[in-house]
Design a protein around this ligand. Structure first.
Ligand SMILES: Cc1cc2nc3c(=O)[nH]c(=O)nc-3n(C[C@H](O)[C@H](O)[C@H](O)COP(=O)(O)OP(=O)(O)OC[C@H]3O[C@@H](n4cnc5c(N)ncnc54)[C@H](O)[C@@H]3O)c2cc1C
Length: 392
């Protein structure tokens, strides 16, 4: 990795947000360096549910062949329906609509899913390098590059623009965002994910369990093949702390529930159990644009509060950031003023949905009976299933 050369763009983090931003900018002819602290393929703690809309955005940048190959290899598991179970065990089922261009939604373990986009970024002309960003380099209040560690040595990498796509613990956001703009616990969640063998799955159906003790979070079973699923649960962080809960214990309790226990065979083998955080996009006035830098995906905090879905929003923010970055690089102005329009575009695209989901989350927390009503009479109201269907 050459330290002295000034790049057009350094993207920090090669998850869906970073790899997608790198892909688009490389396809537009920019010189892009994509960094990740670990080599790919790599796991990322996630429910792995990817909506059709996100898949179609990937197709748009030339990834259809790679997606089809992953499906043919059984790495992406196609989905047909969704089930929501309420505190009093009412159930509602809904068919998952295909995307506008006929794509399916999938449960796509991130080991495979992220590798598709990261590989496509490289095929599109991005240079990928395993390096851990320590911090952005800031000179006279302006980001001019990234201080990164590779094989134990630190180098200063310079670029006209830095994209922070390094997830929820972003080193770029931590340094650039004012201390007053940290995510509050009421706009964060903590979740545990495991893979389970020997669990009778409902073929091609994702299941959400919104029981009383977990609201306004939920437990999930997302199948990845016969008798195999991604299983987990997540809760809003303020509630989790208030009730001093333990996610591993909660998962064991979930597996003992009457609706689940008979489906678990041979004791159910859990593996790759891991916990991670989620930052919702519902907190007002968070900054995503800086002099010489933009934030995308989880580094920006674009997760939907009610579903915990963030992959689609990561890809949306990547598209918006790449568009603004391309315009700014062509004009030769990557200042805060030159890229401020990114705030407005993110707001226009994402803010209303975030607010609606956050309101719904608060209602569920205070009035769990509302979930029963919505699920029981869901065919009339449709609002709950629509939220889960559209904001997954
Ligand atoms: C338990 C759980 C379940 C979830 N389930 C779903 C789901 O089913 N569907 C859904 O849509 N969303 C889900 N989400 C949210 C989803 O995982 C995120 O929104 C999504 O991964 C965001 O993508 P990203 O590219 O912004 O960040 P990430 O996927 O986190 O990628 C960030 C990348 O940056 C790298 N990195 C971090 N720090 C550095 C550094 N200092 N230097 C270099 N590289 C660095 C990391 O190695 C990583 O590759 C879930 C989240 C959790 C925690």
């Amino acid at each position: 990795m050459e330290g002295k050369k000034e790049r057009d763009v350094i993207v920090v983090g090669a998850g869906p947000a970073g790899a997608m931003t790198a892909t688009i900018l490389a396809q537009k002819g920019h010189d892009v360096l994509l960094l990740d602290r670990v080599p790919f393929p790599r796991d990322k703690t996630c429910g792995d549910a990817v909506p059709a809309g996100a898949i179609e955005r990937m197709h748009h940048y030339g990834m259809k062949e790679k997606v089809d190959t992953a499906v043919a290899r059984g790495e992406f598991y196609p989905l047909k329906s969704l089930k929501i179970v309420s505190p009093r065990a009412y159930e509602i089922q809904a068919l998952l609509e295909k995307g506008h261009e006929g794509s399916d939604s999938y449960v796509a373990p991130r080991m495979y899913f992220d590798h598709v986009i990261q590989q496509h970024a490289i095929d599109s002309g991005t240079q990928f390098c395993v390096a851990q960003a320590k911090e952005p380099i800031v000179e006279d209040g302006r980001v001019v590059g990234v201080r990164a560690q590779t094989n134990g040595s630190i180098s200063d990498l310079r670029a006209r623009l830095v994209i922070g796509a390094d997830g929820v613990t972003s080193a770029i956001a931590r340094r650039l965002r004012p201390k007053t703009e940290q995510h509050e616990d009421a706009h964060r969640a903590v979740a545990l994910r495991a893979y389970i063998e020997d669990l009778e799955e409902i073929p091609h159906e994702v299941e959400f369990y919104l029981y009383k003790d977990i609201l306004p979070g939920y437990a999930w079973i997302f199948p990845i093949g016969e008798n195999r699923a991604n299983i987990g649960l997540g809760m809003r962080l303020d509630q989790f702390r208030k009730h001093k809960l333990n996610l591993e214990k909660m998962l064991q309790e979930f597996l003992q529930m009457p609706a689940i226990k008979p489906r678990v065979k041979k004791g159910g083998q859990l593996h790759d159990v891991a916990t991670w955080q989620l930052n919702f996009g519902s907190q007002a006035q968070m900054q995503h644009v800086f002099d010489g830098a933009l934030l995308v995906g989880d580094a920006a905090g674009f997760i939907n509060p009610i579903t915990g879905g963030g992959i689609h929003n990561s890809i949306i923010s990547a598209e918006l950031a790449a568009e603004v970055a391309d315009e700014a690089l062509k004009k030769g102005d990557t200042s805060y003023e030159g890229m401020q329009v990114y705030e407005q575009r993110c707001h226009d695209e994402l803010w209303e949905g975030m607010q609606k989901s956050y309101r719904m989350q608060n209602w569920f927390m205070h009035f769990p009976v509302l979930v029963d009503i919505l699920v029981r009479f869901g065919r009339q109201s449709q609002s709950l299933t629509q939220t889960f269907l559209s904001k997954l």
